[in-house]
Design a protein around this ligand. Structure first.
Ligand code: ADP
Ligand code: ZN
Ligand code: ZN
Length: 733
């Protein structure tokens, strides 16, 4: 009998001791009793003795042998995450697993779909014909069942041969749940289709060479490439050499559902078996099988969103983080990790290169490059022959005549009309969906607010509803002012719906397509829309930032951005960096092919330095000034920071709790603790929210401080109705 320490998803930063009949490797999934229930956990270590009296240690209920145990380097990643982000190890480990593996039962019992193939009686004696068919039948005769993915990888036509064998009744589908079978799969032979990529430009070539030359050790590279500079092609080449070395590749992207073509490119250059896609919108069965495929080496290239940073890949030889500046790489609840930062940790542990790609590198990353810790690789021009960067102009909105129709300036209207005549496409960018952001009464000043958030309700005219964009709360549009009875309620400001109406009025002949999360909610709708743009059946595209990402529309030659000034004036010190990145990204949609692109930014601050840098294409100049400002003001990356947040029904309770928490903070001269204050969105979904900001000039000091502080906070009982968490390197204040 042995004693094992098991990580469970409970909000207590401890491991739990259980007894096991046989020795269990760390990383094994087990079912254990916990209180009156059973839970799934992961064995983290075996110990010689426990602080619990032997008689009271409970035995493990079941060992889940249907997946291989998690590798030691994976457990090390989880331990680092738990330590750095101040969360219980069990919470980190269990939340990193795909949902099916979080249930206290075998995969087969969780309704897993058939993932294996076995011979039927006819198949057992069927003649061997054809190379791929022969190797599939021979593999099954040597041992069966086998993972379907593994068999499919035995040849370029593997998938269709298996379909034929199934059709002919020579093999059958089965659900596999024996770990022995997973381990059996020898590294799959990955058939790669003919490589049909373009010849690399000199800049792409030298970037590839620089990364290739740095293999075999941890080296971080910042791939600083303008929009359309062909970063993807660099990734593909690096991935190819990595796979050829027998190593695996991890590619992280911010939002994969917005860039379905990226998945297609990777699959077409490698093969469906080699590439596993990981993101939270995939079906549970697919998530489980992608995980297992990564773990047993069938898929050696993982393409995924932030959660894929935990992909259980073996022998990582390269990590790529595309759009590394994107805030969605940071998890905003539960374990609040930065996938980019964990990726850097992983690359260091795996002693392999990491490539952080962006047209607007984050200031954190850029400052590492300035300090010589990361190497800056530049792609200064668009890759495709003849494709130039768009010209960017500001349109001064201070003059009364500037505002003609619902927020569009005469300059923008003329430019849109010109594109219509030339049969080119335009994009109008407004990062605010709905009809109008506020519904108010001009008689008494009443405004429709969310009952659960400190926010106004947004008017959605098409559905005649008011909706909260923070919590989803909704209601009908009142017929009269609830406060004074005035029947003439006014929608103030404008969102994409209202702009759509205005554009239709201005250009009745134009085919206008609105793309925002309201119009793309239905499954497959977004892809359909993207296809219709490519097919040329749209003249004016209108949308939020979901349009800004990575798309390549060759006929799009004009981008107009509206309402940028709100972000320009925002209090958040990261707002300018985000605005620059966002404008750069939308601007990057214009003139991708041989037609020149034009970008019009409507603003009341046409001479703002941010716009000047954007116009002259001088991101680094802008970044240098931002870094100097942050240094002067004591903001990251010059210093490190974390917040302790508390949420309760009444803001006073949250503030009181934070005050008490500050009393428990360890003393340290290098730590500054600010006063508890309400968050900028002070109420969200019924919870009042406040925080305490903690800063230190040294990351290590902050880490030591947080470890001690959170231990004390976990030990102290928090009052009823208050919940709290620590957010390290927070993005939200
Ligand atoms: P980025 O991600 O840097 O914005 P992409 O990777 O999307 O740029 O590439 C932009 C376009 O340039 C794509 O259509 C791509 O196929 C094309 N492209 C990339 N590299 C080359 C090259 N070496 N020669 C010609 N076209 C290229
Ligand atoms: Zn009123
Ligand atoms: Zn709300």
């Amino acid at each position: 009998m042995s004693i094992v320490r098991v990580a469970l998803d409970v909000p207590i930063p401890e491991l739990f001791d259980y007894s096991a009949e046989q020795a269990l490797a760390p990383g094994t999934r087990v079912v254990v009793p916990f209180g009156s229930r059973t839970r799934v956990g992961v064995v983290v270590e075996t110990v010689a003795e426990s602080s619990i009296p032997l008689g009271r240690i409970r035995p493990i209920t079941q060992v889940l042998t249907d997946t291989p145990s998690l590798a030691p380097d994976w457990i090390a990643l989880a331990r680092f995450t738990a330590r750095y982000y101040q969360r219980p190890l069990g919470e980190v480990i269990l939340n990193a697993l795909p949902p099916r593996l979080r249930r206290p039962k075998l995969l087969a019992e969780s309704g897993a779909s058939p993932n294996g193939i076995a011979l039927t009686e006819t198949g057992a004696s069927a003649p061997m014909r054809g190379t791929v068919r022969t190797s599939i039948l021979a593999t099954l005769r040597a041992r069966q069942p086998q993972l379907r993915q593994h068999l499919e990888a035995l040849g370029a036509t593997g998938a269709s041969v298996i379909r034929a064998l199934l059709h002919d009744g020579l093999v059958a589908e089965v659900v596999m749940d024996e770990s022995a079978q997973c381990e059996l799969s020898t590294p799959a032979i990955i058939p790669s289709p003919p490589w049909d990529g373009p010849t690399l430009t000199d800049a792409q070539q030298s970037a590839v060479q620089a990364v290739d030359a740095s293999r075999g050790a941890f080296n971080a590279h910042v791939l600083f490439g303008v929009t359309g500079s062909g970063k993807t092609e660099v990734y593909l080449h690096l991935a190819r050499t990595t796979l050829a070395r027998g190593e695996s590749v991890l590619v992280l992207v911010p939002e994969i559902s917005l860039t379905p073509q990226l998945e297609q490119i990777f699959i077409s250059r490698f093969s469906k078996q080699a590439v596993a896609v990981m993101h939270s919108a995939r079906a549970e069965g697919e998530r489980a099988s992608a995980w297992i495929a990564a773990q047993n080496g069938v898929s050696r290239l993982i393409l995924g969103t932030r959660l894929a940073v935990f992909a259980p890949l073996q022998k990582i030889g390269l990590i790529i983080v595309d759009e590394e500046h994107d805030p969605s790489l940071k998890q905003q609840d539960g374990v609040r990790y930065s996938a980019r930062d964990l990726a850097v940790f992983r690359a260091r542990e795996a002693a392999c290169p990491i490539v952080l790609g962006s047209a607007t590198p984050s200031l954190e990353t850029y400052s590492n490059a300035c300090a010589g810790r990361y190497r800056l690789l530049r792609l200064p021009e668009r890759a495709r022959a003849g494709a130039l960067l768009p010209t960017i102009r500001t349109v001064d909105m201070r003059t009364p005549s500037a505002m003609q129709a619902d927020g569009l300036s005469p300059v923008a209207i003329a430019a849109l009309g010109e594109r219509l005549r030339r049969q080119e496409q335009s994009l109008v960018f407004l990062n605010r969906r709905g009809y109008a952001p506020v519904l108010g009464c001009s008689a008494c000043g009443w405004v429709a607010d969310c009952e659960r958030c400190a926010a106004h309700l947004v008017v959605h005219l098409a559905e005649r509803r008011l909706r909260c964009h923070h919590c989803g709360y909704g209601g009908g549009v009142p017929r009269a002012c609830p406060s004074c009875g005035n029947v003439d309620l006014t929608p103030f400001g404008r969102g994409t719906q209202r702009l759509e109406v205005a554009l239709q009025k201005l250009f009745p002949e134009a085919r206008i397509l609105r793309i925002d999360s309201d119009t793309t909610r239905a499954r497959g709708r977004f892809t359909e829309m993207i296809e219709s743009i490519h097919a040329g059946s749209v003249d004016i595209l209108l949308g939020t930032q979901i349009l800004a990402k990575g798309h390549d529309f060759p006929k799009l030659t004009l981008v107009v951005t509206l309402n940028t000034d709100a972000a320009l004036m925002a209090a958040d010190y990261r707002a300018p960096e985000r605005l620059f990145a966002q404008l750069q990204q939308v601007a990057g949609r214009a003139g991708r092919a041989s037609l020149p692109g034009e970008v019009l930014i409507q603003t009341r601050y046409p001479d703002h330095p941010l716009f000047r840098s954007l116009i002259s294409g001088d991101y680094l100049g802008f970044a240098d000034r931002q870094l100097a400002e942050r240094e002067g003001a004591g903001f990251p990356p010059a210093i490190s920071e974390a917040v302790l947040r508390a949420e309760s029904l009444e803001i006073a309770d949250a503030i009181t709790h934070l005050g008490q928490a500050v009393q428990l903070a360890p003393q340290d001269d290098l730590i500054t603790i600010y006063d508890p204050v309400p968050m900028s969105l002070a109420r969200l979904a019924g919870w009042s929210r406040a925080h305490v900001l903690v800063q230190s000039p040294e990351r290590r000091t902050l880490q030591a401080f947080l470890a001690e502080w959170s231990a004390r906070l976990y030990a102290a009982r928090s009052p009823r109705g208050v919940r709290w968490h620590i957010d390290v390197d927070p993005l939200e204040f």
